[in-house]
Design a protein. Sequence first.
Length: 67
Amino acid sequence: MKINKYVEDLQAKSAAELNDELVAAKKELFNLRFQNATNQLDNTSRIKEVRRNIARIQTIMTQKAAN
């Protein structure tokens, strides 16, 4: 599935790359929320998807820190 591929890609990245990915995802979430507030956002399900991606990134960062 698409999600499994995304998770595998995340697991292959280093801690610094994961941190960069997290910052980019949070910026994207901010922009999506801003667009939603100004009624410019067409695909509102993208907000949910980005929030879950942020959680996935944080989970993998925690797993890497525990090892």
